[in-house]
Every structure is written in C-alpha cells, then in structure tokens.
Design a protein around this ligand. Structure first.
Ligand SMILES: [Zn+2]
Ligand SMILES: [Zn+2]
Length: 154
C-alpha cells in the first residue's frame, strides 16, 4: 500500500508556516507595545519593531539588551518622587529667597523678611502663599492670594 505523502507534507508545511508567521507577528506586536511604554521617540519605536521583524528571535534578544531599562510610567513615578522629596527638603529647611534655615511654622523669614506663609484669617492655620482656600476651615482667601488686587475697587 502506497501512501501519498505529498498532500500531508504540504498541509504540515502550511500549518508550520502559519504558526511561524503568527509567532513572528505576536513578537513584533509585543515589541511594539513594550517600546511604546518605554520611549516616546517614534524613530526608536520603528527601529525596535523593525529589529524584531527582520531578525526575529535574535532581534528580540538584541532588543532586550538595548531597550531602555525603565518604562515611561516608572520614570514618571520616579521623577515625581524625587520632586516631592526635593520640595519637601527645600520647604522644610530653608528660605526660598536667602536659603538660610527656617522653621516650618514661620510666617516670615527672620533673615531677609520674605513672606513664607500666610495665616488663615478665619482659623489662623498656616497656608501656602499660593493657596486661595484654607484646607482646614474651607474659607476662601482671595485677598491673601492676591494682595496687589486689594487696591482696586470692589
Ligand atoms: Zn530668607
Ligand atoms: Zn482657615
């Protein structure tokens, strides 16, 4: 009995080829998504995607070596933390004008007389100069937020 292997080989080859294409496509899509979360540069995105499209698995290996270590979300998170830390240290320890040490509850800098904070006219809590609403009692402080506008008629 002679079995014709031709059609079986064709079908097997077709399935394998289809599987390989699907695999390659998913690699490319994964790379594109990954690089988009790590870089906003469209050139870098294209380059990374092409790298995997042309070189397949070795390309993916190269991409793992070359890709930015940090995702954009992680970098953003880190910059926020650093900024908050910096602001905290600056605000807590020194006058923004003369950089000399101050206490957090100072209204004015004792060295250069810069106004550092303002007191709520209703409850007396210390407020940042930029705030126009007291977070403690909820009263709006338009006069304190913009003292230069006081001279203009109501
Ligand atoms: Zn000062
Ligand atoms: Zn208040």
């Amino acid at each position: 009995m002679q079995v014709d292997l031709g059609p079986i080989l064709t079908v097997t080859g077709f399935i394998l080829g289809f599987y390989f294409l699907a695999f390659l496509l998913s690699l490319v899509i994964w790379t594109f998504r990954d690089i988009r979360s790590r870089s906003r540069d469209i050139f870098v995105q294209l380059l990374a995607t092409l790298l995997v499209l042309v070189f397949n698995l070795p390309g993916l290996l190269l991409y793992f070596i070359l890709r930015p270590q940090e995702s954009l979300a992680e970098a953003y998170q880190r910059s926020l933390e650093e900024e908050a830390l910096l602001q905290d240290v600056e605000e807590r320890d020194s006058c923004p004008a003369c950089k000399r040490p101050i206490q957090p509850d100072y209204l004015f800098c004792p060295h250069c007389h810069t106004q550092l904070k303002k007191a709520c006219s209703n409850c007396g809590h210390l407020l940042h100069l930029a705030w126009d609403l007291c977070p403690y009692c909820g009263i709006r402080e338009p006069a304190l937020a913009s003292e230069e506008r006081e001279s203009s008629p109501e």
